[in-house]
Design a protein around this ligand. Sequence first.
Ligand code: MEV
Length: 423
Amino acid sequence: SGKIETLSHALDFTDQQKNLLTTFFAYDADTQKRFEGFSENVISSYPFPYSVAPNFLINNQLVHVPMVIEESSVVAAASYAANFWAKNGGFQCRILGTAKIGQIFFRLSEDKLLLKSHFEEIKNRLLEAVIPVSGNMQKRGGGVFDITLKDFSEDLFDVYQLEVVFGTADSMGANYINSCLEIMAAELTRFFNEDNCFEKGDFEVIMAILSNYTPDCVVECSVETPVENLAAVDPQGNGEYFARKFVTAVQIARNDVYRATTHNKGIYNGMSAVLLATANDFRAVEAAGHAYASRDKGYRSLSKAKIENGRFKMSLKVPVAVGTVGGLTRLHPMAALSFDIMQNPDAERLMMIVAAAGLANNFAAVRSLITTGIQAGHMKMHLQNILQFENATENESQQVIAHFADKTVSYNEVKLFLANIRK
Ligand code: MEV
């Protein structure tokens, strides 16, 4: 296209570089057009590995979980944990809430009692103003559920907030929420510009936007099994020892921010991979989760683990604001396929699947950390990547893999070894 030509010309691209851009573009003209509509200045697409972690047993129902992630070991870890937990009762998930919050911040230089005494009237006008855009959402069980006034004026001069509670059914709802908020903000401005007891000019809207903090759109996912059953995942076959060390490792992540951040990152390895595979906004879900992890006494691990009456129990409580309709969920052909693979879950079921993937990755990561360390698994994939990069033949690869089975893999060492056998 013109953009590729312009860029290639400006950067003096080789034919090979130019071809790369066209080769990686979407596989047919229609899809390509659709991709160009997702974002701006699109000149190609950037494929990531698309994998499936099979057989997650969630609330007694099996589901194969599509994951899009570039990092090695994540899908292996998810699959390993899913397999173990499927044999031990599976993941039990429940939705603790699905409400989302929107915010309208405004400045009003008036007596706050006057504002408070008119709040019900204002609220009713705002609720009425969004009826035209809410019809469909209401039919699906969503809509605007409540509006409350929050007073920020002690800390921020003359600043107030309207906190609006939304239900967005099976959509993530960002567009719906933001549209409603902007309509409400306009109606609010209209109200303060009318002839009433408020002075004209004393009011301005500062901004209207959804909040990505969704502490009332939360799913809880848990697993449990008698400690002896953990022998199956302990290299030494000692379930009780494993359980105790595991619980200590999680407690460390509940007490130390450096460890908590890594621990939670491991949870999002699983969660974000499912979010990406379903074209959901992983930045939004991650931002909410990190804020949620800080909701009391500083930043902590999102998961918990304990031993109770001889049973190992692990759980993850996490905000997950996602959609199964709307946005790119059905427009991106691979996202649509992901929904087919998962047998078309609704938003609540998807919340559960995302959380289960997070818990699975967390379980597998902590298991590796307290047993073999994570490098053993990582290095196998790292070695594969190096072999591919060096164009190793099947025969060369086998020799390299055998040689490094009990040695530390580094790029240089592998290169040297390859050079040697190629001589
Ligand atoms: C690597 O992507 C994730 C881990 O570091 C998570 C953790 O340490 O728990 C293995």
